[in-house]
Design a protein around this ligand. Structure first.
Ligand SMILES: Nc1nc2c(c(=O)[nH]1)N[C@H]1C(S)=C(S)[C@@H](COP(=O)(O)OP(=O)(O)OC[C@H]3O[C@@H](n4cnc5c(=O)[nH]c(N)nc54)[C@H](O)[C@@H]3O)O[C@H]1N2
Ligand SMILES: Nc1nc2c(c(=O)[nH]1)N[C@H]1C(S)=C(S)[C@@H](COP(=O)(O)OP(=O)(O)OC[C@H]3O[C@@H](n4cnc5c(=O)[nH]c(N)nc54)[C@H](O)[C@@H]3O)O[C@H]1N2
Ligand SMILES: [Mo]
Length: 797
């Protein structure tokens, strides 16, 4: 056992697991989303339910549409127009295929959100310099007039491509929402610059289709009940909610005897709750481990040759696209036939830190214990070469023939959904030009210089830089985008973006950069339908619980008036209110998609609708059962382990045609590590949805904003548990309290993402807002956000 591999010594510590469990009992468990945390919540709720029914007038079933990936049932108890209590779904249906849609710790906090004293209460306009945070109350009339006249002025002066609606996820997967309302008014008055992709799985969204032709590579979570071996690769469902019932199925899979492996730089709540084994790994190096697993499987002839021959292009020299040399194949790369470097576990250990014998063991298990599910989280693709991570996982699933089989899993981005409803609010933008969402700051600064190499589509050149931004229910303008200091100095220059409109519930770091701030409503104050991302087969009714507080208004209603000022009201609403949109969606879903979908009254009464299926959905089952009639949506009709389309881009170093490890900038092999020796990652915290709820004291009590650092790294710097430290690199600097813990891999610092940027007078963040340290350099293929690829140094404050 080599001494100089700190990950090895971490694994070797036999006391580790018990220590973790003890600690988790002390600090972690009550706030784990689902699991024990939810159990406590339910018990508490049962107590509450004993209270007399005269304490409330009605119980309304509603649903949050924040961007957490799950959707849960929120029961609001209302007395005299006031929400006096919130509870969640306690209905045990008796049907194991329908786990209850229980709220997590954040859901328990919704009354605090609704009645928070800092809610934005009326519209405001900026009076100081932009970003200074000085605002003055204005009337709704003035707000609407200003927005309408700026839309016209900026459109007339610079053309429609100067108008932009920023990525924002505070209202996601609902029926209307601020972003779409703003877009529709712009679309009806000439158009706006579009964006593509997202910050979530941006690299994967572009990369996975090169392999499979689609991002729908997942299977429904009940399929896991058939899995015998599950690898959660950088996935943390105990904290990070993808779909509300996922964890229930995972627990059931575990009870069924599936062995669960977790590969993550952190010993997460998921490791505590589900994993048989935790494999710590250095961030940005996952593909080295993947390559070595491939090497073991292929060199020990454990691969599924029949599957590869029939369904895949590029595995070996006999299955290459026309005109491509045999030694460009996956097999040849793994065995080192061309570059002379066999991708052995020993080779990988030096890069990723995972002991060679552990890589061998996992590779053998994954190839022989069938069916096996390799499910990928998205953090490891929010890295410099995130595209490789997504295609690399898919490649392993194919090498082992785990695709299209019940209990297997095709890896890759992993979307799946069977919860389809009709979205009646349509936006048709006459402008077809688009940029990758991550490059909006570039489009502000140098839009007219952007080319196809920056991911510009629909035109060769933009006619203008971005001059106007609508930021509706998002904190992306400042907090959630990379490199806050660079972004804020860009926004402070009022000659660049001339008008910024923000709608939010609070004066967030982004709202401070607005020219006009609009006070939005919470989900309690409007109608909607909550759809779980692309991972679920249920929908939840969002009933309006109370009237909007103060002067708060739905963006739909605000933009209806803006549309009226601009003479396009009828086209905007088509005569419909928000409630009409909900009714129309339900009616048309019944008519066009699913006759068994409930009526409006039934849905409202039940609060939730589960789409019923006879069997689990298995990704690519149709293709695997009958390839001839159901080809993959790739150019060859097969799974493309070697992509000719990528090859033809002729950037083989950074955009290879097969998935492979590429040493990352600001990774362990970058010489910059001498100066900034720690790799900084962030994760999606259980107590927040991104930055939403950062200002909630209960949740701060439940899970504090703090940085994780391994004792080895702390000791070197004279840092003790609980100390306040400064974290810095060339881009910025922040202060944060530190948690010294063996739950994180040595050489790695971890800060939960989403804390509100809170600079002191010198511009140093005081709250641990990780994006002061992240970079705007995009990933090579997708032009996506590698916000987890950062080198930093830490010192005692
Ligand atoms: N370093 C780092 N940065 C990241 C990430 C990371 O992992 N690391 N993750 C990235 C990812 S995956 C994402 S999706 C983005 C998310 O970033 P954003 O899309 O900006 O999401 P939030 O921070 O949740 O901001 C949502 C805002 O909407 C407001 N809001 C909530 N509900 C409502 C409502 O009903 N009406 C109105 N008007 N406002 C509302 C909230 O108060 C909040 O300010 O962040 C990205 N940034
Ligand atoms: N509670 C909660 N749930 C959420 C959200 C939230 O803000 N809060 N946000 C939602 C959204 S918009 C999204 S996009 C998803 C995000 O879903 P993910 O991106 O999958 O979630 P993360 O928490 O960012 O990361 C998952 C795990 O990856 C680990 N990780 C980081 N870097 C690496 C690496 O290089 N290699 C490996 N192997 N692991 C790594 C992290 O330590 C973390 O435990 O979550 C959704 N669900
Ligand atoms: Mo996301």
């Amino acid at each position: 056992m080599s001494k100089d591999n700190p990950v090895r010594s971490l694994l070797a510590n036999k006391m580790q697991r018990r220590t973790f469990l003890k600690w988790s009992g002390a600090i972690g468990v009550p706030v784990i989303a689902g699991g024990v945390g939810t159990k406590l919540l339910i018990d508490k709720q049962k107590e509450e339910n004993v209270a007399s029914a005269s304490d409330w007038d009605k119980v309304v079933s509603t649903c949050s549409i924040n961007n957490c990936g799950g959707r849960c049932v929120i029961k609001a108890y209302v007395k005299d127009g006031v929400v006096v209590r919130v509870a969640t779904d306690t209905q045990e249906s008796g049907d194991p295929s329908i786990p209850p849609l229980r709220a997590c710790v954040r859901g328990r906090n919704y009354r605090n959100l609704l009645y928070h004293p800092h809610r934005l209460k009326y519209p405001m306009k900026r009076v100081g310099k932009r970003g200074e945070g000085k605002f003055e109350r204005i009337s709704w009339e003035e707000a609407i007039n200003t927005i309408a006249s700026e839309i016209k002025r900026i459109g007339d002066t610079y053309g429609p491509e100067s108008r932009y609606v920023n990525y924002a996820s505070g209202q996601s997967w609902g029926l209307h929402g601020g972003r779409n309302s703003a877009r529709k008014v712009l679309a009806l008055t000439g158009g706006y610059l579009n964006y593509r992709n997202d910050y979530s799985s941006g690299a994967g969204n572009v990369a996975t289709p090169y392999t499979y032709g689609t991002n729908n590579s997942g299977s429904s979570f009940d399929s896991l009940l058939h899995s015998k071996y599950i690898i959660l690769w950088g996935q943390n469902p105990s904290e990070m909610i993808f779909s509300t019932p996922y964890r229930e199925y995972l627990m059931q899979a575990k009870k069924n005897g599936a062995k669960i492996i977790l590969i993550d730089p952190r010993y997460t709540d998921t490791a505590i709750t589900y994993a048989d084994e935790w494999i710590p790994i250095k961030p940005t190096t996952d593909n080295a481990m993947m390559d070595a697993m491939g090497y073991v499987i292929v060199s020990e002839k454990l691969h599924d040759q029949t599957f590869l021959d029939k369904y895949c292009v590029g595995f070996d020299g006999d299955h290459m696209p026309d005109g491509i040399a045999k030694e460009e194949s996956v097999k040849s790369y793994l065995l080192g036939e061309k570059d002379g470097v066999a991708k052995t576990p020993e080779w990988a250990e030096k890069i990723c830190g995972v002991p060679a014998e552990k890589i061998r063991e996992i590779a053998r298990n994954y190839a022989t214990i069938k069916p096996a599910a390799l499910i990928q989280g998205w953090a490891a693709q929010r890295q410099a070469y995130g595209e490789q991570f997504m295609r690399g996982g898919a490649q392993l699933a194919c090498i082992t023939g785990n695709v299209g089989k019940l209990g297997g899993w095709a890896a890759g981005t992993g979307y799946w959904s069977r919860a389809e409803i009709v979205y009646p609010f349509k936006v048709e933008n006459p402008v077809k030009t688009s940029i990758p969402c991550f490059l909006w700051t570039k489009a502000v600064e140098q839009g007219t210089e952007m080319t196809a190499a920056d991911g510009l589509q629909g035109t060769d050149k933009l006619t203008t830089n971005i001059k106007m931004i609508f930021n509706m229910a998002g904190n992306m303008l400042v907090n959630q985008h990379a490199d806050i200091n660079k972004t804020t100095s860009l926004l402070e220059d009022e000659s660049k973006v001339e008008f910024i409109c923000v709608s939010d519930l609070f004066m967030t770091p982004s709202a401070k950069y607005a020219d006009i701030v609009l006070p939005g409503t919470t989900f309690f104050e409007r109608y909607d339908i909550g759809v779980p991302w692309c991972f679920g087969d249920y929908v939840v009714f969002g009933d309006k619980t109370i009237d909007p507080l103060y002067e708060c208004r739905n963006e739909y209603d605000v933009f209806t008036e803006v549309a009226e000022k601009l003479g396009v009201k009828e086209q905007f609403t088509e005569g419909r209110s928000i409630l009409d949109l909900v009714k129309e969606s339900i009616k048309r879903t019944r008519e066009e998609l699913d006759p068994s979908f409930p009526t409006f009254e039934e849905f409202r009464e039940k609060g939730v609708h589960h789409f019923k299926f006879d069997e689990p959905l298995v990704g690519f089952k149709a293709q695997i059962d009958d390839l001839e009639n159901n080809p993959f949506e790739t150019p060859s009709g097969k799974i493309e382990l070697f992509s000719k389309a990528l090859w033809d881009m002729k950037q083989h170093e950074e955009i290879p045609a097969i998935a492979k490890y590429i040493p990352s900038w600001e990774g362990p092999e970058d010489p910059l590590i001498e100066k900034y020796p720690l790799q900084l990652i962030s994760w999606h915290y259980k107590r927040r949805c991104h930055s939403t709820y950062d200002n909630m004291p209960w949740l701060e009590e439940a899970a504090k904003q703090e940085m994780w650092l391994n004792p080895k790294d702390a000791e070197k710097r004279g840092i003790m548990d609980g100390d306040r430290v400064q974290v810095f690199n060339e881009r910025g600097s922040l202060y944060i309290d530190v948690k010294v813990t063996t739950r994180i891999t040595p050489g790695v610092a971890g800060i939960p993402q989403g804390a509100w940027y809170t600079p002191d007078k010198t511009g140093v963040d005081q709250r641990g807002s990780v994006n002061v340290l992240t970079s705007q350099r995009p990933t090579p293929l997708a032009k996506s956000n590698p916000q987890l690829t950062n080198l930093v140094e830490v010192k005692k404050a």
